[in-house]
Design a protein around this ligand. Structure first.
Ligand code: MG
Length: 328
């Protein structure tokens, strides 16, 4: 079976074409283009314009790379939510047009569950605690009785949003994560900053405000080090508690912030200390791409999930734990 998946929930427009053999994911094509800005920040309507502009060239290059025609595709899927509404719309419209024109089944899938499933498929982890950290999302997730349960999550902004906002305050462009991560390893002095864990949940806004108030008063490098150190330690603490509680033996890190070497090192150390396996999928499966909806669309379609056109409206607030997992 071949599925074409369209991702457009935030800064990235992507189209991937995947097939399966023996339950394994074969990537035939994975084309994408992301919005970046010199001054930082994203504007929703500009994302929609970007996605509409790139829809045709990305589709053409994906089909060419995969060596298939639209007629060969068995199912078309797209990220239905959560995300930024105008951005989501752009992908949904592309998906509907293609599905109608070529008479293909159409599936709107959950972006976060897409991260989990492609992460599992490409890292070989089976039943992990998932640490999903991206610009907008920060969730500690585990499968239990038909759903991916959210054991802990951010109460305000996503971890990536924290990094990008703080980077912007320091005059860095978007995305700021890679630059901040580099500074972290220059081993600076720790500056006390808020550390906010509430039960299993996290809050980053206070940390951001406190760090921004210190800009110009303490060395920039010390601030970057301390902000990353606290934010990542908060995520690590909650992840460890989820592992201890569920007795799961694997931890899967995914989402755009999985690119952070600092975060990976901290989680790896925690996993080593408790004899737990640590999985990070290949980078192209961590960041937003068409791989997420393509693989999830394929396995959902195989499990018999079908949607009418009227069920394919985007849902910018759709949650991970609203999705009934029928394919496990
Ligand atoms: Mg994402």
């Amino acid at each position: 079976m071949i599925c074409l998946g369209i991702e457009s929930s935030a800064h990235t427009f992507g189209i991937s074409i995947v097939s399966d053999s023996d339950g394994k994911c074969n990537i035939l094509a994975n084309e994408r283009h992301s919005v970046t800005t010199k001054e930082g920040g994203l504007i929703p309507r500009e994302l929609a314009v970007h996605h509409q502009e790139y829809a045709k060239p990305i589709l053409e290059s994906a089909l060419k790379k995969a060596g298939v025609k639209l007629e060969d595709i068995d199912v078309i899927s797209f990220s239905q939510g959560p995300g930024i509404a105008p951005a989501l719309q752009a992908g949904a419209i592309t998906a509907r047009v293609l599905a109608l024109k070529y008479g293909k089944p159409l599936l709107g899938v959950n972006h976060c569950v897409g991260h989990i499933e492609i992460g599992k498929a490409l890292s070989g982890s089976r039943d992990p605690i998932v640490v999903y950290v991206s610009g907008a999302n920060t969730q500690i997730i585990g499968y239990e009785a038909g759903k991916y349960r959210v054991y802990g999550e951010t109460l305000d902004i996503g971890l990536g949003n924290l990094l990008d906002s703080f980077g912007r305050a320091l005059g860095m462009g978007f995305p700021a994560g890679p630059t901040l991560d580099k500074i972290y390893f220059e081993k600076k002095n720790y500056v006390p900053l808020p550390y906010t864990v509430k039960g299993m949940d996290l809050a980053f806004a206070g940390l951001q405000t406190a760090a921004e108030q210190k800009i110009g008063k303490v060395p920039k490098e010390d601030l970057v080090y301390s902000l990353l150190h606290n934010a990542f330690a908060m995520v690590t603490e909650v992840s460890e508690r989820a592992l201890a509680h569920t007795e799961k033996t694997g931890l899967l890190l995914t989402g755009g912030v999985a690119a952070s070497k600092a975060l990976r090192e901290m989680l790896q150390r925690m996993c080593d200390a408790r004899g737990c396996k640590f999985f990070v999928p290949p980078f192209e499966a961590c960041v937003d791409s068409g791989l997420l909806p393509a693989w999830l669309g394929l396995i959902e379609h195989k499990a018999g999930v079908r949607m009418k056109l009227e069920d394919t409206a985007v849902n910018q607030r759709q949650r991970t734990d609203q999705v009934q997992v029928t394919w496990a």
